[in-house]
Design a protein around this ligand. Structure first.
Ligand SMILES: [Zn+2]
Length: 250
């Protein structure tokens, strides 16, 4: 592989020995990549200008090493620092949650430019006026869609029959189940019509428009619980940032 250049959002940084870092990016051109950048820590380090901070958007130049799936990063220039996010603990916490969630559901070198755009849009919205919580919910719904896990809400997710008011939300079946199918998942949750409508609205609207729609606090709370548990059902790893979010929401 020749030298490559792409834009990426920094998901994770780990220290490596005294002076180096291992950076994990979600990139426009290559999906998730991991690379070593040398000489950026310690007394004689060159100043990275924010390029090595999580959720920065960087232009990354990298090339393959002889072994393994970790690249050598030869250059990493800051494109966007998303300063307004960094001025609010709540926004930082939601940005970190979005990064961790994305990291946990993606594998290396599986390019998906729609996922990159979703991540970039989310960081841009978190930098603006939109509610951080709302941005996180929209990110979750859209990510489920891009992963092929969008909940089935128009017909019964188990038998395909029409949905009635007694329908409940089933994690196992991946959507609403009709009253005839409730027996097949006794853990199915009751769900408010407003919650179903919000998910349908987000699915069919541009991100910035979806971020402006108002929901009642009951729907907001239920969206959070149902999406969180639905994601937990599919993402086997427990996310560290969820606990932190719960702390700051108190
Ligand atoms: Zn059914």
């Amino acid at each position: 592989m020749a030298i490559q250049k792409t834009e990426g959002i920094l998901l994770r940084r780990q220290d490596l020995r005294e002076t180096s870092l291992i950076l994990t990016f979600y990139t426009r051109g290559f999906g998730k990549i991991k690379g070593i950048v040398r000489g950026v820590r310690g007394a004689r380090a060159q100043y990275g200008g924010g390029a090595f901070e999580i959720f920065s958007l960087d232009e990354v130049v990298f090339y393959e090493r002889k072994t393994g799936d970790i690249y050598n990063i030869s250059q990493c220039d800051l494109v966007e620092f998303f300063n307004p996010i960094r001025e609010s603990l709540e926004r930082i916490a939601y940005a970190a949650y979005i990064l961790e969630l994305l990291d946990s559901v993606t594998i290396l070198a599986d390019k998906n430019s729609e996922v990159f755009e979703l991540l970039l849009d989310s960081m841009a919205l978190l930098s603006g006026e939109a509610s951080a919580k709302r941005v996180a919910r929209i990110f979750e719904i859209r990510l489920l869609g891009l992963l092929g896990l969008m909940p089935v809400l128009e017909i019964c997710a188990n038998c395909g029959k029409a949905i009635c008011p007694a329908a409940k939300f089933s994690f196992r079946h991946g959507g609403l189940v009709c009253k005839d199918c409730l027996e097949s998942d006794r853990e199915a949750h009751p769900i408010l019509p407003g919650t179903v409508k919000f998910i349908q609205y987000v699915r069919g609207s541009p991100f910035d428009k979806a971020a402006r729609i108002k929901v009642s606090s009951r729907v907001g709370k239920e969206l959070e619980t149902i999406l969180r548990e639905f994601l937990d059902y599919h993402v086997e790893r427990r996310l560290n940032t969820v606990e932190f979010l719960t702390e700051i929401e108190r």
